[in-house]
Design a protein around this ligand. Structure first.
Ligand SMILES: *[C@@H]1O[C@H](CO)[C@@H](O)[C@H](O)[C@H]1NC(C)=O
Ligand SMILES: *[C@@H]1O[C@H](CO)[C@@H](O)[C@H](O)[C@H]1NC(C)=O
Ligand SMILES: *[C@@H]1O[C@H](CO)[C@@H](O)[C@H](O)[C@H]1NC(C)=O
Ligand SMILES: *[C@@H]1O[C@H](CO)[C@@H](O)[C@H](O)[C@H]1NC(C)=O
Length: 339
């Protein structure tokens, strides 16, 4: 009898193992293409997208409240950073470049950044902690636009950094998922390092202000790096060619930082299946990447990737103080990864 139950147990474990890793849709149908995602914890999830739309769930995605930001109904909010269920920051990329902050859970929004400079196009922001953050925008006079905040996005100051190179003509940042910029604490709390990835005619990694070429697809407007994620000294960047999203080579690079912070590059043995707009670490070795080509995961730090869904998603993120991994995409889709 015990043996019988043991066999059943083994069979069901095997069943669950084979069934493992799927994407479960939490909601869809709202008329917006979502590229901004910020999960505060396993229950508080914010998303932002086109048609001036912001969404908030306070119960892990069961119920959603959708906001049309007054005066910005036609804008595309490509990135969002949330602190809790009342405070969040969004960006509308260009014409003019705007950042808005809510303190009351999305009902009202204050303009905290407004710039009408011609050619200004914001791509992503990233925060090292609740106060210190960084925003990157497309080049003005061939130099990346960067600004910092020391008060959680309430005010911003543009920076002129000692870049070792300029961006090439046709090289810029993609605003695909708000994740082509990372800001990580350095040795002490007052010191930060920034990691940005470019695409287009060239695809490069910029660490603080030093440029490095990436062995990724490049040379066309639609090619290059879209996203970068880090776990300790390992970074992973993904991209490819969004106009030919089934091309499954030169779409992912594993970056190892030396103790001095110098990067070395290696390619996956089995790359993700096609163009990816976002990558994120789930744990020290586990990663998820998504794009219009579908969703892939890796269990060995990005060396081997496995496709788990053909469904298109633009952005994926693990809850900042939690375990769950969420995805968002076109048609107001939000989903959760089942591991
Ligand atoms: C934005 O809203 C309009 C009008 O409802 C709709 O036709 C369009 O498809 C929406 N765009 C997206 C990306 O959902
Ligand atoms: C998320 O944070 C809120 C506010 O601090 C808290 O009430 C809620 O219990 C948290 N949820 C989880 C799953 O940690
Ligand atoms: C939400 O986070 C902001 C920024 O850290 C903080 O000022 C505010 O008090 C928090 N609100 C709640 C309700 O926790
Ligand atoms: C990552 O860094 C943290 C903090 O320095 C350390 O505690 C942890 O062991 C490291 N993890 C790995 C997998 O190296």
């Amino acid at each position: 009898m015990h043996k019988f139950f043991f066999v059943i147990l083994l069979l069901s474990l095997n069943y669950f193992y084979l069934q493992a890793q799927s994407i479960q849709l939490l909601c869809s149908g709202v008329k917006t293409s979502l590229r901004g995602l910020s999960a505060v914890n396993d229950s508080i999830i914010w998303v932002s997208g086109s048609n001036g739309t912001v969404g908030l769930s306070k119960n892990g995605g069961k119920h959603w409240r959708w906001f049309s930001v007054p005066g910005f109904e036609r804008r595309d909010f490509r990135d969002i950073e949330a602190w809790n269920d009342s405070t969040a920051l969004i960006m509308a990329v260009d014409e003019p470049a705007v950042m808005l902050k809510t303190y009351d859970g999305g009902y009202s929004w204050d303009t905290v950044f407004y710039d009408t400079t011609k050619g200004m196009f914001l791509d992503a922001f990233s925060f090292a902690n609740t106060e210190y953050g960084y925003v990157v925008g497309d080049p003005i006079h061939n130099t990346p636009y960067v600004a910092e905040t020391k008060n959680g996005g309430n005010s911003w100051h543009s920076l002129s950094l000692p870049f070792t190179d300029t961006l090439q003509k046709g090289e810029a940042f993609f605003a695909a998922s708000g994740s082509n910029l990372l800001i990580l604490p350095g040795k002490n709390d007052k010191h930060y390092h920034t990691y940005m990835v470019t695409g287009g005619t060239a695809s490069r990694l910029i660490i603080d202000s030093v440029f490095y070429s990436l062995p990724l697809s490049q040379g066309e407007e639609s090619t290059g790096a879209n996203s970068i994620a880090a776990y300790n000294r390992t970074l992973v960047t993904v991209g490819g060619n969004f106009l030919q999203d089934t091309i499954a080579h030169n779409n992912c690079v594993i970056i190892t930082l030396s103790k001095q912070g110098i990067p070395s590059f290696s390619m996956p043995v089995v790359p993700p299946h096609g163009y990816k707009s976002c990558v994120t670490f789930i744990s020290s070795n586990q990663l998820i990447a998504c794009g219009t080509s579908g969703v892939d995961i890796s269990f060995n730090g990005g060396k081997h990737w496995k496709e788990i869904s053909e469904e298109s998603f633009h952005v994926c993120q693990k809850a900042k103080q939690g375990k769950r991994v969420f995805l968002a995409g076109n048609n107001g889709k939000v989903a959760i990864l089942q591991l």
